[in-house]
Design a protein around this ligand. Structure first.
Ligand SMILES: [Zn+2]
Length: 189
């Protein structure tokens, strides 16, 4: 099954925030940028538009969070938490009350908070941890090396990484070869 059909099966082809069935598409939850089963949700057109521009929120639409905040899917919890926080900041007391009731694991909450600050343009590993020059990372999946037939194996340690102008990339040396890696496919050691 493709990632998208796995996602659609998970949500029974309904928006994971409001249960609408119209204009469904995968939506990757920041700071992640690639559609994966663990980082993407299925949202309807209305939810996608409003999640992308919180300043144009239709408050009543977000009453749907009353139900979806209890989702078992971490990235749905992340979106619900962020939307409730935005609504609460706009003075919606019901949103604040839901936030108080919401059950969210520490790790999921850390992810939710990352999206709320202005630090999104930083290289982050698979767990959302900010990567810095000189860090050592472990590759989390087999990756083809750009411009060669080599595969860099999952578990390979890349030492003393450098950052790139593109925050999605880092560079470093493994097995004596210099290479660029997608930050999200690494884990900081
Ligand atoms: Zn929706």
């Amino acid at each position: 099954m493709s990632t998208e059909s796995t996602l659609l099966a998970r949500c029974d082809s309904k928006c994971e925030l409001c249960s609408s069935t119209s204009d469904l598409a995968p939506f990757v939850v920041a700071p992640h940028t690639y559609i994966t089963v663990d980082h993407a949700t299925i949202l309807c057109g209305t939810c996608r538009a409003q999640v992308e521009s919180p300043e144009s929120m239709d408050v009543n639409h977000w009453r749907c969070l009353n139900d979806s905040m209890w989702s078992q899917v971490p990235q749905v919890q992340v979106l619900a938490w962020r939307q409730l926080t935005n609504l609460s900041r706009q003075g919606e007391t019901w949103a604040n009350e839901l936030l108080d009731m919401m059950y969210i694991e520490e790790e999921t909450k850390n992810w939710a908070e990352i999206g709320m600050d202005e630090d999104e343009e930083k290289a982050r590993d698979i767990n959302g941890v900010v990567l810095q020059k000189g860090d050592d990372v472990t590759v989390t999946k087999d990756l083809p090396v750009k411009g060669s037939s080599t595969i860099i194996k999952q578990g390979t340690v890349v030492r003393n990484i450098s950052l790139d102008a593109d925050p999605r990339l880092i560079s470093g040396k493994a097995n004596g070869q210099s290479m660029y890696l997608i930050a999200e496919y690494c884990r900081k050691k």
